[in-house]
Design a protein around this ligand. Structure first.
Ligand code: TPP
Ligand code: MG
Length: 573
């Protein structure tokens, strides 16, 4: 406390926000600055001069990459990070990242400047024409639908409590991004600094399912004739990953990883039955949906009448989405890890009386699981036979190349999961179901930043690589010493769009044309030259037989030199 006659110690509000981010637990500020940043940059320098601890603020030359890095850092650590962008235009570039983060319950503290209100007469007032040009009536509208909470800083002395509240809300279940706009004059004002280092007074909310709901779910699953688990966003923790494996094994429950964004179970676990919900769904009498936005495709897959469905996850009904009508006879709200551990405990007392039925199921599912894996592997092997290799062949080769290593594979229309053998939690990530492309490269950079010793591999389509602003991403990899390995699976087109047309109009005009309109990326640039511009190790592979040795050399390179590499792989359309 300062004595009444002493002037109160202050710091520029810009500096107070940065310093407070450190106190609440933010390690990095992924920043893309502009003319709204003088009080932020001055604040950084002021805090440094006053020996105030700060997060590491790094220059990220595209906001989409900044959002992706915050996403990847969170996936690796479970800790929310901050992104700072320039007014409305920088925020617009953050929008896809915010949509992706919101869909995946990834907390991000998103800030952007707000053009000065005043035209003159106060520190921070407008000085250049963009001060007028960047004004919007509702700047927050650019990201409001993708954020849980938003606020505009009104007074400099609010800086500390706004950061505390932003962090607590972002990290509360269900987690997600929050947005704070920062008007320049307010950032330039003085904020009291005497409480800067005191811990936050606002803790995030976390909740789990009620014990009654857990008991009910446990009883349904324990007494089911043919239970099935569909998992999409992993098991939530390493402990729960191990527990889910034990639970599925003990009870003889197949686990389907349909459109998995994260791995919930080792792909070669005897209860792991691949990625296709059929035939498991139609035979099921109880389905446990573990954090799935869309656990199956209602037009294709039909649970049988009378089947009970349990929806589990941070927001089991995904209430942010206007239409999502998957059956939910029971909901278990909370973190997936807690739900798995709770269910395992609640089911245990039922096990003795059901062990015979479980054993019979286990034998049947183990056989089916082996067949599913063998079929996928054979198809992948055949993908190396043709003139151009398939993505599945690349998957198989990559999976063999990383066997025995601590690796994380991120796939964005890159290597499919089916042909891979992956054992560990955190070894597999796929693009968010919001599908905001250009996600995997920056996400891998954020993950690598969090785990410097890990082997982090981003595999993506040629289209996805271009959506990632690759020049910016390679610059970041070099500037921050991030030895990611990038695999571009180049089919010279937007294959997913082509497939969507064929699915909608299998015998239509477009399917019969030689050149389907609006899907070709031919001629693609030489992607190895894009990466070479940032001095990456590069290679291009056209022949399937050469891929294993090139992948081995690329991995050797990133592991030994700790610098980035890119392999362009020519795959079949
Ligand atoms: C930002 C963004 N723009 C457009 C799309 C629509 N889209 C979905 S898949 C796709 C093609 C992706 O192409 P590529 O990465 O080359 O993979 P491929 O389908 O060829 O395997 C496009 C353009 C999107 N999902 N996100
Ligand atoms: Mg493509």
């Amino acid at each position: 406390m300062s004595a009444p006659d002493q002037p109160q110690a202050t710091i520029t509000a810009g500096g107070a926000i940065l310093a407070r981010l450190k106190v609440v637990g933010v390690d990095y500020i992924f920043a893309n600055s502009g003319t709204d940043f003088p009080p932020i940059i001055e604040g950084l320098a002021e805090a440094a001069a006053k020996d105030i601890a700060l997060p590491r603020a790094v220059v990220i030359p595209h906001e989409h990459a900044a959002m992706g890095m915050a996403h990847g850092y969170y996936l690796a650590t479970g800790r929310a990070q901050a992104v700072m962008a320039h007014t409305n235009v920088g925020l617009a570039n953050c929008a896809i990242g915010a949509i992706n983060a919101a869909t995946e319950h990834v907390p991000v503290l998103l800030f952007s400047g707000r053009t000065p209100t005043l035209e003159q007469g106060r520190l921070g007032a407008r000085t250049v024409p963009i001060g007028w040009g960047q004004e919007m009536r509702d700047q927050t509208a650019l990201v409001r639908e993708a954020t849980k909470w938003d606020y505009e800083l009104r007074f400099p002395e609010q800086a500390l409590e706004v950061v505390d509240r932003a962090y607590a809300i972002a990290c509360s279940t269900p987690r997600g991004p929050v947005y704070v706009s920062l008007p320049r004059e307010v950032l330039c004002g003085p904020c009291p600094s005497d409480t800067l280092n005191q811990p936050s007074r606002m803790a995030p909310v976390s909740f789990g399912p009620t014990s009654a709901a857990l008991e009910q779910a446990a009883a349904w699953l324990a007494n089911a004739r043919s239970p099935v688990i569909v998992a999409q966003r992993g098991a939530g923790s390493a402990e729960a990953f191990a527990q889910l494996a034990t639970l599925a094994d003990d009870w003889g429950i197949p686990v389907v990883q349909y459109w998995a964004v994260q791995l919930a179970m080792a792909t070669d676990h005897p209860m792991s039955v691949g990625t296709n919900p059929e035939p498991w769904l139609s035979d099921a009498d109880v389905i446990l949906v573990l954090d799935c936005l869309a656990p199956w495709s209602p037009a294709v897959h039909k649970p049988s009448p009378g089947c009970k469905v349990i929806q589990a996850g941070q927001d089991p009904l995904y209430s942010r989405f206007p239409v999502r009508n998957f059956q939910a006879d029971l909901s278990l709200a909370g973190d997936t890890a807690d739900i798995i551990l709770g269910l395992a405990r609640a089911m245990q007392p039922h096990l003795a009386s059901r062990s015979e039925a479980c054993r019979a199921r286990r034998v049947r599912i183990t056989a089916a699981s082996e067949t599913i894996r063998a079929t996928a592997r054979q198809a992948a092997e055949r993908g190396g036979d043709g003139e151009k290799m398939s993505k599945a062949w690349v998957s198989l080769c990559l999976s063999r190349a990383i066997e025995g290593r601590d690796a994380a594979v991120l796939s964005e229309l890159g290597c499919p999961l089916d042909a891979m053998t992956l054992h560990a939690p955190g070894s597999w990530y796929q693009e968010p179901h919001s599908g905001g492309l250009g996600w995997s490269f920056p996400c891998a950079l954020g993950m690598q930043l969090a785990r410097p010793d890990h082997l982090v591999i981003a595999t993506m389509g040629d289209g996805s690589y271009m959506f990632a602003n690759p020049v910016a991403c390679h610059q970041i990899a070099e500037a921050l010493n991030l030895p990611v390995l990038v695999l571009v699976l180049n089919n010279c087109e937007w294959g997913a769009v082509r497939n969507s047309v064929l699915g909608t109009y299998p015998d239509g005009y477009a399917s019969r044309t030689n050149q389907m309109p609006l899907v070709s990326l031919d001629p693609t640039p030489d992607f190895t030259l894009v990466a070479s511009a940032s001095r990456a190790w590069t290679a291009r592979v056209d022949a399937a037989a050469e891929l294993p040795s090139v992948l081995a050399a690329a991995i050797e390179h990133v592991v030994m030199t700790r610098t980035q590499a890119l392999v362009e792989v020519r795959v079949a359309p």
